[in-house]
Design a protein around this ligand. Structure first.
Ligand code: NAD
Length: 455
């Protein structure tokens, strides 16, 4: 069965069951992990700028808190549904265990197209959501963060609203905040940077030369931009990138800083094109370019071409980085994926049936719960700094992040090699061992059915 929008959670549980075969997981811990701890559904009435009222639906799921308070982002997207939020919260539980930070997993979302709202409406919606979930979240219980179409400013509004409700400044209730409101240095690029650190380890294992290594990145938001920027700065050839409206491709490599500048100014990648025809702008500075949007100039001359999101996934590249949404690589296109290595920066971009096809084709998939764990790791650093009332330098944040990503990458890679399993299954098994140890520390059937307490 192919995972559709409403099937994301069942797909996640299929993976859990597969990984359990390779983990030392207690049966009771496994049973607990098949079900979310608690789910809150809320309706958020929003007074629109024109005076009318609209009601939006939102969710917050606390999946499992055995290893610590639940942790996970809040997504604003029209495709949000409960199955997706539960799956994302489950993945967060595993991800926090993969990087061994003392958190469980949670997630939230609002069914909304934020691009249709004004800034004031967006602020009221963000504050309205917090007003509804204030009793469900907290620095010791559940700590949200940004996700798709939410950013630092939205986290700032949410923290401010929570603090007003509690009548005390509470920065540790949410991470990914603006730096002046208690955000951590290095949080902004942490997800992309964590994936970059994984790629640097693969580079050593596979003996890659960056200038010969072609990369395609689907999704050019926070995570996609930063991983592209770091790889480009390191000499990698980022040949294709895309956003929700389509992408650009050039076999010699794109000018990533220019594309980031253009995307952030115009909010769209295809704005780098001249009206009606493909122009030279993504590798801008070339002679004859009339595009008003093009202000960058680094002397590239070759032309780039437009590419669809579907075609980007099937490009002949060395590394494919899905960094947009889930369910992009499915049974329908897995056979067409040419990249021998996929680094999953997005959450859940590959369905479980696509996994089987990719495994048969010997494609190495660095799974989301490892590849994008840099974000939650630095969120944890932010929470620690907020609670300590002390801030770390960016260098310190990056160095601690690199140590964790590198260690966990190798533990999982070694487990994969030792057991002859896919890297995703190894990552889940690694996480399940840690979650199970926490469940067992509270006692399981093995302990309680063993008669009288001896200690
Ligand atoms: P974002 O909102 O900053 O960017 C999302 C990007 O995806 C945008 O460029 C958007 O245009 C693009 N996009 C949307 N639909 C698309 C489609 N159908 N095809 C191609 N591109 C599409 O979000 P983000 O924070 O960068 O998150 C991206 C992914 O990374 C998500 O799966 C998210 O859960 C995951 N992630 C993000 C973080 C983080 O810290 N930001 C951490 C872990 C995982």
């Amino acid at each position: 069965m192919t995972a559709g929008q409403n099937d994301t959670f069942s797909d996640a549980i299929r993976r859990l069951d597969r990984a359990a075969e390779f983990a030392e997981i207690d049966a009771e811990a496994l049973e607990k992990l098949r079900n979310p701890k608690s789910i809150l559904q809320v309706s958020i009435p929003l007074r629109m700028d024109d005076g009318s009222l609209r009601v939006f639906q939102g969710y917050r799921v606390r999946y499992n808190d055995t290893r610590g308070p639940t942790k996970g982002g809040i997504r604003f997207h029209p495709g949000v549904c409960l199955s997706e939020v539960k799956a994302l919260a489950f993945w967060m539980t595993c991800k926090c265990a993969v990087v061994s930070i003392p958190f469980g997993g949670g997630k939230g979302g609002i069914i909304v197209d934020p691009k249709q709202l004004s800034r004031t409406e967006l602020e009221r919606l963000s504050r309205g959501f917090i007003a509804q979930v204030a009793d469900f979240i907290g620095p010791e219980t559940d700590i949200p963060a940004p996700d798709v179409y939410t950013n630092a400013m939205i986290m700032g509004w949410m923290m401010d609203e929570y603090s007003k409700i509690r009548r005390q400044r509470t920065p540790a209730v949410i991470t990914g905040k603006p730096i002046p409101l208690g955000g951590s240095l290095g949080r902004d690029d942490a997800t992309g940077r964590g994936a970059y650190y994984c790629i640097k380890e693969l580079e050593k294992l596979k003996d890659w030369q960056p200038s010969d290594t072609r990369v395609a990145v689907q999704g050019f938001g926070n995570a996609g931009q930063h991983v592209s920027r770091l790889l480009h700065a390191d000499g990698y050839r980022v040949v294709a990138i895309s956003d929700s409206r389509g992408g650009v491709y050039h076999p010699d490599g794109l000018d990533i800083p220019c594309l980031i500048e253009t995307k952030n100014r115009t909010r769209r990648i295809d704005a780098v094109y001249c009206e009606g025809s493909v122009c030279d702008c993504p590798v801008c500075g070339s002679e004859g370019c009339q595009c008003e949007d093009c202000h960058c100039s680094d002397g590239h001359e070759a032309k780039s071409e437009k590419i669809s999101n579907a075609a980007l996934l099937e490009l002949d590249v060395d590394i494919l980085i899905p960094a947009a949404l889930e369910n992009q690589i499915t049974a329908n296109n897995a056979n067409q994926i040419k990249a021998p290595v996929i680094v999953e920066v997005a959450n859940g971009p590959t369905t479980s049936d696509a996994d089987e096809i990719l495994a048969e084709r010997n494609t190495l998939v660095v799974p989301d719960i490892l590849a994008n764990a840099g974000g939650v790791t630095v969120s944890y650093f932010e929470w620690v700094q907020n609670r300590a009332g002390y801030s770390w330098t960016e260098k310190e944040v990056q160095s601690r992040l690199r140590t964790i990503m590198t260690e966990e990458f190798h533990s999982i890679y070694d487990l994969m090699t030792a057991k002859g399993i896919e890297m995703r299954t190894a990552a889940y098994a690694h996480a399940l061992n840690r979650i199970s140890a926490a469940v067992e520390a509270l006692g399981t059937n093995k302990y309680f059915s063993n008669g009288l307490a001896s200690t």
